[in-house]
Design a binder for this molecule. Structure first.
Ligand code: SAH
Length: 257
């Protein structure tokens, strides 16, 4: 019901924009927001709901994300709860933000793209490598049964555990470890989402992916750009790869701290 309501509201806001955002973004950006209806009717309303809906309308739907469940999840998860206090006013801008320790929370569009590309289902068990703020884990948690997330920086493990618990995401388990090795005790996974970039696809992760499952992973050199791949395990021995485009992620490091 909540989902249907949200989609109708997104449709309403979209339908009310006289000009498609991709042709004249400035005009649309300058239009007054139409948040009052959204605030008073949505169950997940908070002070940031208008900004969140604008982010979904422009940076998620407007950039080509079509999966309705993913769109709903992006409209539900309070991104402002996952960014440092001094960046809260930018929480719904469509760009990455620093979260301390030299790490970043990904751009909302990239989170939506990775989530959509993973093609997850309601009963799925998903592994995330690189918990960071916990935001991507929360988006996944809206869509699947269980999320297991591995983070190499202990301070981020603690922070994300606190934030996820406070928001009621009790289907996310975060652990402090080198995610290169996945989480063998919980394997196999229906999908794996890697949010830090290695220079090759870690074999332990392929081994922990169910046959038919997708792994979404940026691969490439440190700094600059990497390629975002969808790696599908088609059999015990074989994978298929699809190039999802050029991205810029922090590196997958190998030293726990
Ligand atoms: N998914 C995060 C994005 C975090 S940025 C979010 O939604 O906020 C990538 C994260 O990967 C960083 O927190 C970084 O510390 C972590 N990371 C880097 N190398 C890692 C490794 N080998 N194992 C687990 N986490 C790693």
């Amino acid at each position: 019901m909540k989902g249907l309501l949200f989609l109708v509201l997104v449709w309403l806001v979209t339908a009310c924009s006289s000009v498609p955002p991709e042709t004249t973004p400035t005009i649309v950006a300058n239009e007054p927001a139409k948040p009052t209806v959204l605030i008073s009717t949505a169950e997940n309303a908070d002070a940031y709901a208008p900004l969140r809906y604008e982010m979904v309308e422009q940076g998620v739907i407007g950039w080509g994300i079509t999966d309705e469940a993913v769109i709903e999840a992006m409209g539900t998860v309070p991104r402002h709860e996952f960014v440092p206090a001094h960046f809260v006013d930018q929480a719904y801008d469509n760009h990455p933000l620093p979260i301390g320790y030299g790490q970043t929370i990904s751009q909302p569009y990239i989170v939506a793209l990775m989530t959509q590309s993973a093609e997850v289902g309601a009963e799925d068990k998903v592994l995330e490598v690189g918990t960071g703020s916990g935001y991507q884990a929360a988006v996944l948690a809206e869509l699947v049964g269980q999320v297991y997330s591995v983070e190499i920086i202990s301070a981020l493990v603690e922070q994300s555990q606190t934030d996820l618990a406070q928001l009621g995401y009790d289907n996310v388990t975060v652990r402090h470890a080198d995610g290169y090795f996945g989480w063998s005790e919980q394997a196999p996974f229906d999908a794996i989402v890697v949010t830090a970039a290695p220079d090759h696809v870690p074999q332990p992760l392929v081994q922990q992916l169910k046959i038919g499952g997708h792994m979404i992973i940026p691969v490439g050199p440190v700094g600059g750009f990497q390629t975002l791949w969808r790696v599908t395990r088609v059999s015990e021995e074989e994978v298929q790869t699809e190039n999802l485009g050029s991205v810029s992620f922090v590196p997958l490091t190998r030293e726990e701290r």
